[in-house]
Design a protein around this ligand. Sequence first.
Ligand SMILES: [Zn+2]
Length: 269
Amino acid sequence: MKKIIFVLLAAVSMSATAQLKVNKYHEPIKVEKKWKKYNPGEVVFHDEAPQTEGSKIYHNIIPNPTPYIQENARRVLQTLYYGPKDKNIPQLKTIDYTLVDEDGISWKDGDGDNVGVWYTTGWIEKSFQNNDTMRLDYETRGVLYHELTHAYQLDPKGCGEYGDGGENWCFIEGMADAVRLACGCFNQDFKSSDRPRGNSWREGYRVAGYFLYWLQQNKDKNFLRKFNASAAELNPWSWDKAMKHVLGDKPENGVEELWNEYQHAIGDK
Ligand SMILES: [Zn+2]
């Protein structure tokens, strides 16, 4: 009897795996062994829009949000840091995660050891338009990777403020989309329509994110970790200095030179 149950279970789990493989949405990346027991902070889940369709969809697909959010936090952490012993990792006490019925998609607030992440039920409904569970999970994880990067990434000094839309802002938002991409929740093919064509890395978000990911694929497999660490190692920080700090102090490693090389390599120029 035991044997029959085992075979049955194996068949069920194999079909689930097969389903994941044929789906166009990327499977969640593996959490490295050293991060598996890491405490990314206590998750406090709030639902401020239980009357909405989006809330019902969310709870159906993610019945247990705390481990779901913590597991995805570990994926962000391993993309930004070498290991749990890294002294630069911000130690979060709590992550308040709230479903709300407001405009927009998702955002983060709070600083220090408490952060809040907000996710809108309207976006959940939109992402579930074709009743595609995998699509909603893919989108929800992608949005989480972006917002949780803001919770754990380092903040570069001496390069202006986030609000001025300059080098600091570009680092913060570019890294958040680079981590989302590295974790598989944007299409990793540079020909994909997920990648917006841009004129400069200064456009931030995905334009900068795909550039950073390309540097990781082509120049240094630890690029994202090193680029994040550069925010603690340089003051004043700049994109140009950080590139040379990570890849070597040579003229070809200036940010404009690398951007140009990247543009040619992916066929945009
Ligand atoms: Zn952001």
